[in-house]
Design a protein around this ligand. Structure first.
Ligand code: ADP
Ligand code: ASP
Ligand code: MG
Length: 425
């Protein structure tokens, strides 16, 4: 029996009852002979509540203090979980990210893990304890400040520890039975996927399927750590995310042509209006954005109107970075040379993901037909080898997701997807 890393999300530990239920599950794994490392998120919507609180005292809180505040959420749940396990007669010790050896760069609010030195976790396990680690946080290598890994970052903590400790598997426990062909909160007829390759899961995660975070899947692929996404509320098998298909009976599970439909309403669109159509302009805009440490997603540039020689450039970025991006562009307005900026946060993105797209003609046409059938207007389009994404009005997203899901034959004709908890916030 080897070492397992189990991660429990906020909805699984939303209240005292949840913490006690999860504690029992952890103790079961220990009784089955495993060494168990648990990564835990903040209880319920605690992180959102802390963010709301910060905004009430300061519109743009300093990154260092913001991280100090947010990491408190995970500290509460890790200590309570350790207490609940001890109460069941088993030994457990809780550790902050810093104590667990999660070393990051110093970019507050979205730090990257650069090293994991889990010496204290190993010692604790060797002494027979269950080790509980606060997810979503680390300590910066140079300044030794407390950092956070970005929203949903506990998934990344779990996979990073699994890699550093050479775990057999990283189990991600959440409030649905696994990864589905669409968000079960939007599509009741979404189907659970038994196995999905890292490649497809990476695209789904990057396109907004928040059941797993993109960085966590990237990390798992790099170190080849199999992930098992499952519910903490049921005993069912969930979804395996790995490089090789799993066996079912004596057959290997087939790679699906279309893995699923993802949606994302966390982005905004900035349009830089009246940009001179000459070399170096796009470079100046995106250098400004990059220097502000902002990641962008989609980009489109219109053909310039011949009479003016001016063009518009639009791009999407996380809403949380909107203010910073506008400020940075305004500051460099003279240097870049543009007329004005437009900010639109009422957009949504819908993506269809599947490795089969490479070899099946007509996928793009069917995707656009489904959207037109649902009377959804398309504002931006981007594609990769295995993904097509469009930007639409945010209000159109649920209907568009359902239309595309049905058009690609993904609807289940038997069960309805179960959502066990969480508020979907
Ligand atoms: P946790 O609190 O466990 O981290 P999250 O809220 O981060 O949970 O992720 C689980 C949620 O992800 C589900 O409740 C579901 O609404 C959402 N989700 C989005 N896309 C998918 C998908 N394709 N399959 C399963 N869940 C999805
Ligand atoms: N508590 C953090 C968040 O809500 C991290 C996590 O849950 O993964 O984003
Ligand atoms: Mg999550």
């Amino acid at each position: 029996m080897g070492l397992v890393v189990q991660k429990y999300g906020g909805s699984s530990v939303a209240d005292a009852e949840g913490i006690k239920r999860v504690a029992k599950r952890i103790v079961e794994a220990k009784k089955n002979g495993h060494q168990v490392v648990v990564v835990v998120s903040a209880m319920g919507d605690t992180t959102d509540e802390l963010i709301d609180l910060a905004e009430q005292v300061s519109p743009m809180p300093a990154g260092r203090e913001f991280d100090m505040l947010l990491t408190a959420g995970e500290r509460i749940s890790m200590a309570l979980l350790a207490m609940a396990i001890k109460n069941l007669g088993h030994e457990a010790q809780s550790f902050t990210g810093s104590q667990a050896g999660v070393i990051t760069d110093s970019v507050h609010n979205k730090a990257r893990i650069i090293d994991v030195t889990p010496g204290r976790i190993r010692d604790s396990l060797d002494r027979g304890n269950i080790a509980i680690v606060a997810g979503f946080q680390g300590v910066s290598q140079d300044k030794k400040d407390i950092t956070t890994l970005g929203r949903g970052g506990s998934d990344t903590t779990a996979v990073a520890l699994a890699a550093a400790l050479d775990a057999e598997v990283c189990e991600i426990y959440t409030d649905v039975d696994g990864v589905f062909t669409a968000d079960p909160r939007v599509v009741k007829k979404a189907k659970k996927i038994d196995w999905i390759a890292f490649e497809d899961m990476l695209e789904l995660a990057a396109s907004g399927s928040k059941v797993l975070l993109h960085r966590c899947v990237e990390y798992a692929r790099r170190y080849n750590i199999p992930i098992h996404v499952r519910s903490s509320f049921s005993g069912l098998q969930g979804t395996w995310v790995s490089s090789e298909p799993i066996e079912q009976g004596d057959k290997k599970v087939e790679q699906a042509i279309i893995s699923g439909v993802a949606h994302d309403t966390s982005e905004a669109k900035i349009t830089v209006v009246g940009v001179p159509d000459k070399p170096g302009e796009a470079a100046a805009i995106f250098r400004t954005i990059a220097d502000a440490e902002i990641n962008i997603d989609m980009v489109v540039q219109n053909v310039s109107a011949a009479s003016t020689g001016l063009t518009d450039i639009s791009f999407t970025l996380p809403k949380t970075e909107g203010r910073k991006a506008i400020d940075a562009l305004e500051k460099n307005k003279g240097g870049i040379g543009f007329e004005s900026l437009r900010y639109d946060d009422q957009i949504g993105k819908i993506s269809l993901v599947g490795a089969g797209m490479k070899t099946n003609p007509g996928v793009t046409a069917s995707f656009f037909e489904a959207l037109s059938g649902a009377s959804v207007n398309i504002e931006l389009i981007s594609t990769s080898e295995i993904r097509i994404s469009v930007v639409t009005r945010a209000d159109d997203v649920p209907e568009a997701v359902r239309a595309v899901h049905t058009a690609f034959g993904l609807d289940s004709d038997t069960d309805e997807a179960v959502v066990y908890g969480g508020t979907g916030r």
